[in-house]
Design a protein around this ligand. Structure first.
Ligand code: DHB
Length: 390
């Protein structure tokens, strides 16, 4: 097979890119090791920045995000026995949209199928080569047949365990890495919402995040040990832990049957630059953020918005030079989001060896942020997403 752009990965970043390229008249082939069902069944974050919503709607993917999503104009930061609202609308004139990543994926996969896009799920034996010359991707399709895709450019949008990332020679890249001594215990519960907006909760019982999905299904997380085994927790024990964390700041949760429980790892990672020869990396393949603040998917969509523009130039001139400007433009936003995710994480979680000083200092930081227009404006601007494709 010959195509202009070969894409390894068929998650949201890959499919959004394939969609944007198709609109510019550029053909692509996207492949993924996972089946469509496997991707649909992976629960991820649920908050979209304004620009992410606009990208889905304005590029013609779907307007379901507006119909089935919920607009949120702020969040609550709860700490020190009370709760403080950050008013996004009032501070920066922007909102976020509660709409799960799995639904973003479904909309993109449906749009690619509707528009005749070439997307192959459930492939095996993926190999990439020719990065500095003419890229080639080899794989075995789900029907067992071996394929070779020759392309002018290659995009590694293959997630945090990226195979494309590893194809960059060590001397040609830098890797930045940070681990955290805690994780999130995430649940889905059949219950009504406990609050109109999300609650980010700092407490003597550790961090908890009260999020939502629908009128009858809620998403919540609490801080746990990274080695925690989610299967050993009863519903009662989970509710006790969550109620203690939010109760410390005056909130009470509506309880219900817990239908999903998983432990989510925390990690910060960046590989620079985001290009090598005729290959680029996009989304989690190039960078991972800890989940606090829900930047992962938004950052991936911001990457491909810039990438589609630069790839158009590259394809047009058959010249890899625009890939360097993609990397530079994308990384400017990546590092702002790295800082924001790290900052939200360290401000709100309790370190296993925290001293009373550490805890009171965090409360001082939270009071400074929520008690000042400058502080809350920074948070609001970062949370809703720095506007424009930078
Ligand atoms: C959700 C996840 C996040 O990491 C976050 O900061 C906000 C919401 C969610 O899954 O709803």
């Amino acid at each position: 097979v010959r195509t202009q752009v070969a894409i390894v990965g068929a998650g949201p970043a890959a499919l959004m890119l394939s969609h944007l390229l198709a609109r510019a008249g550029i053909d692509s082939v996207a492949i993924d090791l996972r089946t469509r069902e496997e991707i649909e069944q992976t629960h991820r974050a649920g908050i979209l920045e304004q620009d992410s919503v606009d990208l889905l709607v304005d590029s013609g993917v779907s307007d379901r995000v507006l119909r089935d999503g919920y607009r949120h104009d702020g969040i609550e930061l709860a700490f020190g026995g009370g709760s403080h609202r950050i008013d996004f609308r009032g501070l920066v004139g922007a909102s976020t949209q509660l709409y799960p990543q799995t639904d973003v994926f479904i909309d993109l996969a449906d749009a690619r199928a509707r528009d005749g896009g070439d997307v192959r799920f459930g492939v095996t034996d993926v190999e990439v080569g020719g990065l500095t010359d003419r890229p080639v991707v080899r794989f075995t399709a789900s029907d067992g047949l071996a394929h070779e895709v020759r392309a002018d450019f290659l995009v590694g949008a293959d997630g945090s365990r990226s195979l494309c990332r590893r194809a960059v020679p060590e001397a040609e890249r830098l890797q930045y890495f940070r681990e955290y001594p805690f994780a999130w215990f995430g649940i889905l519960a059949e219950a009504p919402p406990s609050a109109p907006e999300l609650i980010y909760n700092h407490s003597p019982h550790g961090f908890a995040l009260i999020s939502q999905r629908t009128e009858t299904l809620q998403r919540m997380y609490f801080q746990c040990d990274p080695a925690e085994d989610a299967t050993t927790w009863s519903d009662d024990r989970i509710w006790e832990r969550l109620q203690a964390a939010v109760g410390a700041n005056g909130h009470t949760l509506a309880e219900g049957a817990i239908t999903s429980r998983t432990v989510l790892p925390f990690r910060s990672f960046v590989q620079e630059p985001m290009h090598h020869g005729r290959m680029v990396l996009a989304g989690d393949a190039a960078h991972t953020v800890p989940p606090t603040g829900a930047k992962g998917l938004n950052l991936a969509l911001a990457d491909v918005r810039v990438l589609a523009e630069e790839l158009e130039r590259a394809v047009d001139k058959d010249d890899p030079a625009p890939l360097a400007s993609y990397s530079e433009r994308a990384l400017a936003r990546v590092w702002k989001a790295q800082h924001f995710s790290y900052w939200m994480t360290t401000m709100l979680h309790t370190l296993p060896d925290a001293t009373p000083f550490d805890v009171r200092r965090q409360e001082g930081e939270l009071a400074a942020v929520t008690g000042s227009v400058a502080g809350s404006t920074y948070l609001a601007e970062a949370y809703t997403g720095w506007p424009g494709a930078r």
